[in-house]
Design a protein around this ligand. Sequence first.
Ligand SMILES: [Zn+2]
Length: 427
Amino acid sequence: MVMQDAVFRRIEEKQEDLVALTCDLIRFPTVNPPGEAYTPCAEFLGERLRKRGFDVSYHRAEGVVGDSARYPRTNVVARIEGSRPGPCVHFNGHIDVVAAGRGWSVDPFAPVVRDGRVYGRGACDMKGGIAAAVIAVEALVEQEGGFAGALEISGTVDEESGGYAGVGYLAQQGLFSRPRVDHVIIPEPLNVDRVCIGHRGVWWAEVETRGRIAHGSMPFLGDCAVRHMGAFLQRLESELYPALAEKRTAMPVVPEGARQSTLNINAIHGGLAEDFEGLPAPMVPDSCRMVLDRRYLIEEDPEAVKNEIVSILESLKHDRAGFDYALKEVLAFQPTLTDAGAPVVRAVSAAIEAVLGRPAEQVVSPGTYDQKHIVRVGHLEDCIAYGPGILDLAHQPDEYVGIDDMIASAKVMASATLALLGSAAAG
Ligand SMILES: [Zn+2]
């Protein structure tokens, strides 16, 4: 406890540094897509940690989707050994942000500190979380007497687009597996008093209905792909949506509306290109494409999720004259759920209660994040998300992170790390 109090004081003393670091990270416009400014941002983080005694390595995901000479997918991993052997706690944050979009009252990449908050694109999701983790780890490293085990921090790319060239790539290289790493905390914005133990599954697919082109004045000579898609859409409305609403989960997903299976029609397009110039030419569309975003529950079988769509398409093919389709899977990630009794869940929950004076809430994220790669590829189960940002502000205009929340979360991360290193060393 004495040690913990000293670390907490050190974190409080670092408040200015924490705010400055958050601002510095926001100034890199690491917008994804396309993956702007990844290398300078990763190097900035790496250089800071190298100066503080970390071994720093850079891992470019060459050849992985998204990587190019213009937009290199550069990840940074920093590690520091303690004074005696023990387990390793790893903090992972994604450096990419989504496009600023419209509606900002400040310049999204020129951070503003106002009323105890830092504003800017990525303040909440999740540069504020990265900064809090860095400050927590630095406070631990500076502590007299040292620590058992090792601490790692990584800044990774492409989380917003699936994480293949980021955590997915590092996990394939063995950087998220035992014996190198034992516990992982991802400071995603899930609110300062919540431990996120997993996420729902995702299945994205593109459905194309096909027809036959003809003159628009004689549609009976062609076959309209948009009408075929309309028939599919009708079946989704009458059959699938009601069925999905019935599927409830025991996962504590927040917000509550996501405690069921969901389906978003992400895009639909048929006929003339959307950006055509001039007046439209009369024609019967011979192709219509729909992008589906299906989120599913740990209780569901991924194959069954796909089959629900396939069986509707097949039955249309059987029943509806001229109906033909193609189905392309775009991406698929299975749900993950860390055991509520896992060491990192218990350590972070206890730390939240100690720092904030109220019990931690265990939640599950409606969308996926990089935990899937760590669990599924790295086979490391002891992984959670915990960070200072407010979930609802992610990807919004004028997103911000509260400075008090960053300080509190840094204390929680430091306290949980002490418990994870200490308890394992004693055991
Ligand atoms: Zn995020």
